[in-house]
Design a protein around this ligand. Structure first.
Ligand SMILES: Nc1ncnc2c1ncn2[C@@H]1O[C@H](COP(=O)(O)OP(=O)(O)O)[C@@H](O)[C@H]1O
Ligand SMILES: [Mg+2]
Length: 457
């Protein structure tokens, strides 16, 4: 086997034969690291250009390829099954990412307990001892006959153990602790993460074993060894949520076997993660009925409408530039909406600090929340109140016009289900709109119309 030295960027995985100070692909300085790779496959590929190698295969016609539906195992944890697209797919590689301490290991142990009756599971941890995992499993009531534990970080050893144990599902906790002998760089570096994932993927596909791989997220919110990993696996699930809050959101950001819009909502309790079937009710919990600067919006998370409370605190600026702070909503979007309010609705905010927060730690990146954000800011400034049973849906354009949003009917029916009685929506969405019984909908053309409507209510 031939070996070759290459330099691999720790940020983006870019590969080059000679060292450079700056990565030409992602422009990071000093991120290229020396690494040794094996050469066999590349040689074969290169020869294949001009000559027919013994393994050359004739491509097949699309009509001749047999298809059977993927074999799926339901975990019985509905919030998880939905995010996976209907259950665990046999032979797939699933990456579970998230901040340390968010609950990745907990979730995976709970999966073991759910599918342990019918599947043989091998849990490999590079972070905890077998004893620690057992204690945790006992605490979570996740003991299972078919669960095997191993505390190991060497990839070659792990591959051999998998071959011996022949499990249906393997859990690698975490990929950043795995170490492959043939690579010189430290565990957790891009070359290591890539080589280890590669080895696991090979096994997943050739032996039809499902792999769950845990990946920790770096401070800036990306997986360490980010793009390389995401490209290689079949599905990427992110576990999000405020660590101080009890609930967690599992989000599919990539899925070869299902939609990427779905989320699963869990609550962290002493005995592990519990499913939350009605996230809206939970997000609105603890809302005080009589506060200014608070509005309710409905965001779509996959096929599901989720109601959330947007809170705005507007205070006079002490000195210097007014501050804008936002949690749960993109700061640039907030600044843009403040500018539109100033210019198009004559709401003066240049002398005020604006702090915005989505209660419950949810992140909203839908423009359908625009109108609700504006309503929270305006009522926050004037100390007026919005009727407690009203919601806001609508995108705000730069000239202050309200634009229609997708799936309005679904949003309204979610609101009606939770006892809301009215909504302010873009006027052009009113045509042919099916309104839930007992619900009133007000259509407005632009921001100023919406604001004067709120003042009248
Ligand atoms: N012994 C324990 N008792 C109660 N809660 C615990 C215990 N150990 C861990 N937890 C809770 O479980 C959470 C998730 O832990 P874990 O699943 O290990 O996260 P991750 O694997 O994502 O780093 C921790 O943040 C903590 O709140
Ligand atoms: Mg863990």
């Amino acid at each position: 086997m031939k070996q070759k030295t290459v330099f691999i960027c720790n940020e983006c995985g870019y590969q080059t034969a000679k060292w450079m100070g700056k990565c030409p692909s992602c422009d990071t300085w000093g991120s290229l690291e020396e690494s040794i790779v094996r050469e066999e496959k590349k040689m074969a590929a290169r020869q294949g250009v001009n000559s027919v190698t013994p393994n050359a295969r004739m491509p097949r016609k699309i009509a001749e390829i047999e298809t059977t539906d993927e074999v799926r195992t339901k975990t019985g944890i509905q919030e998880l099954d939905r995010v996976l697209g209907g259950g665990i797919v046999k032979g797939s590689l699933v990456l579970v990412g998230g901040d340390p301490g968010i609950g990745k290991s907990t979730l995976l142990l709970q999966i073991c307990q759910k599918v342990g009756d019918t599947k043989k599971i091998l849990y490999i941890s590079g972070e905890e001892s077998e004893r620690q995992i057992k204690l945790r499993a006992e605490r979570l009531d996740a003991m299972s006959e078919n669960l095997y534990l191993m505390s190991e970080t060497d990839v070659e050893t792990i591959l051999e153990s998998i071959n011996v144990a022949a499990p249906d599902i393997v859990i690698i906790d975490s990929i950043q602790t795995m170490h492959h002998e043939s690579i010189t760089s430290a565990a957790g570096s891009v070359p290591q993460v890539r080589e280890a994932t590669n080895a696991f993927m090979h096994l997943a596909k050739s032996r039809d074993i499902t792999f769950f791989i845990v990946g920790h997220v770096t401070k800036d919110g990306t997986l360490a060894g980010p793009r390389v990993l995401e490209h290689m696996v079949d599905s990427v699930l992110y576990f999000e949520g405020d660590r101080q809050m009890t609930f967690r959101i599992l989000r599919a950001v990539k899925n070869r076997f299902g939609s990427t819009n779905e989320i699963g909502v869990f609550e962290m309790a002493n005995d592990g993660l519990r499913e939350v079937e009605n996230p809206s009710a939970m997000l609105l919990e603890g809302r005080s009925e009589n506060n200014s600067g608070s509005s309710i919006i409905c965001a779509m998370e996959g096929s599901r409408g989720v109601l959330a409370e947007v809170q705005a605190l507007v205070t006079p600026t002490g000195f210097g530039n007014p501050r804008r702070m936002s949690s749960g909503i993109d700061l640039n979007r907030l600044i843009l909406l403040i500018a539109v309010l100033e210019k198009r609705a004559r709401v003066h905010l240049s002398g005020s600090d604006v702090y915005l927060n989505v209660a419950g730690g949810l992140r909203i990146d839908e423009t359908a929340a625009d109108l609700g954000i504006c309503a929270a800011i305006v009522t926050g400034q004037t100390d007026t109140q919005i009727p407690p049973d009203m919601i806001f849906v609508g995108e705000v354009g730069l000239s202050g016009e309200l634009r229609s949003v997708s799936q309005l009917e679904k949003r309204l029916s979610e609101a009606a289900k939770l006892g809301f009685k009215s909504a302010i929506v873009p006027k052009q969405s009113m045509k042919g709109l099916n309104v839930p019984d007992g619900f009133s909908v007000f259509g407005v053309k632009n921001l100023s119309e919406a604001m004067s409507l709120i003042r009248k209510k």
